[in-house]
Design a protein. Structure first.
Length: 112
């Protein structure tokens, strides 16, 4: 499973969840295997450089990476619809929360 977290920087699991999705500076991509972190990488948000449509552009990049779940503090209606269209699960998390804690929160909620 691949999980993308809208993030503020390049610190991986030690970074924090961004307060925005489409204009997040980066996305932290976490590859999971058997409930264990296999790989963590950080990508620049390709949508941030556009004046309009940054959310859908960001979603397209995540779809192309094969992401299954997106964690963010907010999802706009366009982003939500596109994620749903591609079968990508959404999980809301509090902005400013460390990514490792947001991941733990998601894994706990998805196992119940």
């Amino acid at each position: 499973m691949k999980i993308a977290v809208a993030s503020d920087g390049k610190k991986g699991l030690e970074d924090v969840v961004s307060h925005v999705f489409g204009r997040a500076k980066t996305f932290t991509i976490i590859e999971m295997e058997d409930d264990h972190v296999k790989e963590v990488k950080v990508i620049e948000n390709p949508g941030i450089k556009y004046r309009y449509g940054c959310g859908p552009i960001a979603v397209k990049a995540l779809v192309d990476l094969g992401v299954n779940v997106v964690i963010a503090s907010e999802f706009g209606p366009s982003v939500s619809a596109i994620l749903e269209q591609h079968g990508i699960k959404r999980h809301k998390s509090r902005s400013g929360l460390k990514i490792k804690d947001a991941l733990k929160e998601f894994l706990t909620s998805s196992s119940t």
